[in-house]
Design a protein around this ligand. Structure first.
Ligand SMILES: C[S@@+](CC[C@H](N)C(=O)[O-])C[C@H]1O[C@@H](n2cnc3c(N)ncnc32)[C@H](O)[C@@H]1O
Length: 446
């Protein structure tokens, strides 16, 4: 039998879920806002908390606004569109600080205010969409909390170029890819000129060759290339690429004393989704590396060189470690084109690379790591063995960051000097951050 109760939401928790109390027990309600008075149905009961859903908004929070996107609430992509952007950022800053203070005992004064770009919508240069086939392909995101697909005509956090592609994409897939593509990634230049498609298919079958396909591709304005691989990873094929053009899209960073540096991102290779906030991130990393006078730098989880190549302009030697072989090829090509001759690329897992470097007695002034959401707990104990003056940890998940920083602070004398949260993903609960760790007895820092 369903339980219905009245609840006042007190605060916003991790993952942007509203939290209130009923008879002393915590009740978590997605899509609610602190200050909301709600009628809530309890849909799942646990020992220490209940999960509810909004039945009626009795008295709205002053921080609420009308969510601008028609899919908000059903689509699982955004969680915070019903909150004013300044309030979203204030709350993210608070949630982030609480997680760092409680999870890895970082002093409050070491945590900076959240930095953001100008754009709260239309910022994403890359969108990873699911494809479900029934009578034809349906392209979209998963429904919030379920596997069901919400077909999308547009996405408000994506660049206009990506939205222009979404409309013809279904027809294009139906005509030329009538086999099981289960994911499509659309990426566009930061200037929003050209775009690429990466198609992921399940299973082992090879796609049939389609003769009409290149002409059709030409009709999608700005399309540079189409690559295909398996969802499980492995070999990636270029199905089509415009003659004489780049294979990928461009991501530009502006470097002090060097001007603009354009990095190419191949279809299917990781890139930061928000170029404006990526520029802020690169500036922070460069300024820390510069202050540390870091001459030799190890960049772990290097992708296509988004951090390694800018860092190579201030260091004498950079070693970039990346597990994805195509990202390494892409990074090598970027380094070659830009003339960054002081970067050595290593195709390996971060754990294996560190263990090899430690056993060879290698040393670095600075270790930078930018792992995926799962974090880097397997390497935190080994990083101090490379004897760096500083460690910079770029994270997209405060929970794994707090866990990993607790490990390194427990197992070595490294302590957090500074942390900067970044609003890389407005409208969602995700928080990017950059942290600098130093040894108290080590580097001079002013
Ligand atoms: C969050 S991205 C960061 C990439 C790059 N630093 C950037 O700013 O674009 C994480 C990268 O780590 C790579 N990766 C994932 N697991 C890895 C591992 N165990 N060892 C090394 N690289 C890994 C991924 O392929 C991806 O390119």
């Amino acid at each position: 039998m369903s339980r219905i109760l009245r609840l006042v939401v007190e605060t916003l928790g991790h993952r942007g879920v509203g939290i209130g109390r009923h008879q002393g027990k915590v009740v978590m309600v997605p899509l609610s806002a602190p200050g909301d008075e709600l009628e809530v149905e309890i849909i799942e009961s646990h020992r220490s908390y209940d999960e509810g859903r909004i039945l009626r908004l009795l008295n709205p929070s002053p921080w609420r606004r009308e969510p601008p996107c028609k899919y908000f609430g059903s689509c699982g992509g955004c969680q915070l569109q019903h909150l004013e952007i300044s309030y979203q950022r204030r709350e993210k800053e608070k949630i982030f600080s609480e997680m760092m203070e409680s999870g890895s005992r970082v002093a409050r004064e070491k945590i900076g205010g959240i930095l953001s770009g100008q754009e709260e919508f239309g910022y994403r240069c890359r969108l990873d969409l699911r494809v479900v086939w029934d009578r034809g392909p349906r392209v979209g995101f998963s429904r919030r909390g379920s596997e069901e697909l919400i077909p999308l005509e547009s996405c408000m956090v994506a660049r206009k170029k990506i939205n222009d592609v979404l409309e013809p994409l279904g027809g294009f897939l139906r005509e030329f890819f009538p086999w099981r593509v289960s994911r499509v990634e659309i990426a566009c230049d930061d200037s929003s000129w050209g775009f690429t498609l990466f198609l992921a298919r399940r299973g082992r079958e090879t796609p049939p060759r389609e003769r009409k396909f290149p002409e059709a591709a030409r009709e999608l304005e700005g399309l540079r290339s189409i690559c295909m691989g398996r969802t499980e990873g492995g070999r990636v094929e270029t199905l089509w690429a415009r003659e004489g053009g780049p294979l990928g899209v461009w991501m530009t960073v502006n470097l002090p004393g060097h001007g603009e540096m354009a990095l190419e991102v191949w279809p299917g290779v990781f890139s930061q989704v928000n170029p404006e906030v990526n520029q802020i991130l690169v500036n922070i990393i460069l300024s820390w590396a510069h202050k540390l006078k870091a001459r030799s730098i190890l960049d772990l989880y290097a992708g296509m060189g988004n951090l390694s190549i800018p860092l190579s302009t201030i260091a004498s030697r950079v070693m970039a470690v990346e597990v994805d072989p195509r990202a390494v090829e892409n990074g090598l090509e970027n380094s070659r084109r830009i003339g960054a001759e002081n970067i050595v690329w290593i195709r390996n897992s971060a754990a294996k690379a560190i263990s090899d470097l430690v056993s060879k007695g290698e040393r670095f002034d600075l270790v930078v790591l930018d792992p995926p959401r799962a974090g880097a707990k397997e390497i935190m104990g080994a990083i101090p063995l490379l004897d760096p003056k500083g460690v910079i940890y770029v994270s997209c998940d405060p929970a794994t960051l707090a866990r990993d920083m607790a490990i390194v602070q427990r197992e070595s004398s490294f302590r957090v000097q500074e942390i900067v949260p970044l609003d890389m993903f407005p409208q969602t609960y995700h928080i990017e951050s950059a942290s600098l760790l130093l040894r108290p007895e080590g580097a001079q820092w002013s």
